[in-house]
Write a protein that binds this ligand. Structure first.
Ligand SMILES: [Zn+2]
Length: 625
């Protein structure tokens, strides 16, 4: 709808500054150290000394509903690629957040509480180690022998825990439907800028994991269907031949195949009829595994081409209660979303072989899976599913540290949600939804916490967390897209994603990459959007008639470098909308002038805010004398 006027400044900078860098942004001292050590480079690339650790997980987990007891055992082979000798490992035992005494961001109901995870045995390099009782979500464990650089250590863990009755991101969906997430003990991330990630899991921040290889075995009684991250290795062992054939057919089918209907389940004609089936899944270079299981969920599947160049297809599946209306459209929604994200924004082929939507209560993303609530409104159901699938790129493909920098993933998912929403429902409806869900509550909330800079570590935010991570970050990405124009913005975004997928980028890698790839120092823009206490409030303060035309003075009271759309009403009753990208603020952020060329007599001017709602609309209109 809005046309972006090419900016002379931008064109000039493109020709003269091919090697531009971001200069002068505040860097915390630990981040500065990473750049000095050469693990990250000033041009935005991973540095020559970049490293990250990884692990191989071999997990077996048992579930036999309605018993809520989940039992697991695993071996973890942990590779130390860092230049440091590690005297200890930090583990993540995330489900200890259910213990009554655990620290949490908010209150929980009694149905959320459990006794937490019991570690039945813990071996390091074959030696049995006693773990202290009362473990939290991020305990440190001393190694019997320090782990040297480029060496590995093998852990063997057995554990059990009661599944939470109340289902959030994981837990009991109904008496015989379970969703397992965060369910296996893992090694925390040890990285180049922070060392061990020791932040306790408090329930609000979602992920920070290394990229690992997994073999996952899920053991369930006959007639329980299992869906999980990864590729099912043994469909012919766990499914009866006709069901296995339908699943196989879905892998190349555009049409939705009903792998398991309610009638099939009643006839017990889906799973192998052994007392216990072992479903085996594998996934490589991935940051987590999750599992859904049920004895009465139906199963739809189809596939979609996600890479037009190679014609690679991804499988799309859905698992849900037959009585739910929206989930019957889930596979179609996923086909559309995977195809659209692959071809448009971010315009990177969907990087995994599969996506499964599982009916739960979380509205939450996992690698290759989403857990979404049933919704009465089909449009809203699709939007939520789109948003969660968009997270495939950020945080999973890109290895984002959400515990500290949630705006690096939620901001992008919110942006892609708007862009796919415009394609699905038209600009007006998608923009209206975005304003309502992502902007209006923030812009009308004058409290100090809401105006904390977006760069504030997510771990230190409470009230300001949501708007900093979603709306404000997303508006900054959209403002940059408007300023650079779609073509250059996409080139920069792809460059940043190319450099960092499968790694752990931090905000400065994004800032530096975008400047470097755009060929212009964007310090002023990132300083404005990420490091200031800005918000949105523009004021039209003055209109001067000159020989050039009407010169308007715009004060930027809130400070954010937003695009400006100005509706001009002429004396003859005609109107026109002028658009200026955030480039308008480059020279002088507190104030800008905009000239309406001489010609027709101007009667009045008023802002048309679009997505960029204004905190104080009283100063948004000016009559021109
Ligand atoms: Zn999200």
């Amino acid at each position: 709808m809005h046309k972006t006027l090419p900016s002379l400044l931008l064109l000039a900078s493109l020709t003269h500054a091919a090697q531009a860098q971001t200069t002068g942004l505040y860097q915390p001292r630990d981040i500065k150290r990473a750049y000095a050590k050469g693990t990250r480079a000033a041009d935005g690339r991973p540095g020559p000394k970049y490293w990250q650790n990884r692990a191989r997980y071999d997990i077996t987990v048992q579930a036999a509903p309605p018993a809520r007891d989940i039992r697991g055992r695993e071996t973890i082979t942990y590779f130390n690629n860092s230049p440091d000798t590690l005297k200890q490992l930090v583990l993540r035992i995330i489900l200890n957040v259910h213990k009554p005494e655990a620290a949490r961001e908010g209150d929980v109901s009694p149905d959320y509480l459990t006794s937490g995870v019991v570690i039945d045995s813990f071996r390091v390099a074959g030696q049995l180690r006693q773990l202290p009782t009362g473990l939290g979500t991020a305990p440190g464990v001393r190694l019997p022998k320090p782990l040297a650089p480029h060496d590995s250590v093998k852990l063997a863990v057995a554990w059990h825990f009661p599944l939470s009755v109340q289902s959030g991101r994981e837990g009991m969906i109904d008496k015989t439907t379970y969703f397992l997430a965060y369910f296996y003990p893992r090694v925390a991330v040890y990285d180049d800028y922070n060392g061990w990630d020791r932040l306790p899991f408090l329930n609000d921040k979602e992920f920070y994991n290394d990229f690992n290889d997994y073999t996952l075995r899920v053991q369930t009684p006959a007639n329980y269907l299992v869906w999980a991250t990864g590729t099912l290795q043994n469909p012919r062992q766990v499914l009866q031949p006709a069901a296995a054939k339908r699943l196989e057919k879905s892998m190349t089918s555009e049409e939705v195949i009903h792998v398991a209907t309610a009638a099939d389940l009643a006839k017990k004609s889906i799973t192998a009829q052994q007392p216990l089936n072992t479903w085996v899944w594998k996934a490589t270079d991935i940051s987590d595994m999750t599992v859904g299981l049920s004895d009465h969920y139906v199963w739809d599947a189809a596939s979609v081409i996600v890479d037009p160049a190679t014609k690679r297809r991804a499988s799309v599946q859905a698992a849900f209660a037959d009585s739910t209306t929206d989930f019957h459209s889930s596979v179609k929604f996923s086909q559309n979303a995977l195809g659209w994200f692959s071809r448009n924004w971010p315009g990177v082929p969907y990087p995994y072989p599969k996506m499964t939507a599982f009916q739960g209560f979380a509205d939450m993303e996992y690698p290759m899976m989403v857990n979404d609530s049933p919704e009465k409104d089909l449009k809203f159901a699709q939007l939520v599913q789109d948003h969660e699938i968009a997270h495939t790129y950020f945080p999973f493909y890109m290895g984002i540290n959400e515990s500290r920098y949630a705006f690096m993933d939620e901001g992008w998912a919110t942006t892609f949600e708007l862009l796919i929403g415009r394609a699905e429902n038209g600009n007006a409806a998608a923009d209206e939804f975005y304003r309502k869900f992502r902007v209006v509550n923030w812009i009308n909330n004058p409290s100090t916490a809401q105006d904390l800079p977006v760069i504030t570590p997510s771990s230190e935010l409470k009230a300001g967390y949501g708007n900093n991570s979603y709306g404000k970050a997303s508006l900054s990405y959209l403002a940059l897209k408007d300023m650079l124009g779609d073509e250059l913005f996409k080139k920069c975004l792809h460059g940043y994603m190319d450099r960092w997928h499968g790694k752990h980028p931090i905000p400065w890698d994004y800032f530096n990459s975008m400047s470097n790839l755009a060929g212009q120092d964007l310090t002023w823009f990132f300083q404005n959007w990420f490091f200031s206490n800005g918000y949105i409030d523009l004021a039209l303060t003055k209109a001067d008639k000159t020989s050039q035309g009407t010169v308007l003075t715009i004060q930027n009271v809130g400070g954010f470098a937003v695009p400006v759309d100005l509706k001009v009403t002429y004396a003859d009753g005609s109107t026109e909308t002028l658009h200026r990208s955030p480039e308008l603020w480059r020279a002088n952020q507190p104030q800008a002038t905009l000239i309406i060329p001489a010609g027709k007599a101007v009667q009045s001017v008023t802002f048309d805010h679009g997505l960029y709602l204004d905190a104080d609309p009283k100063n948004d209109r000016l009559a021109v004398q």
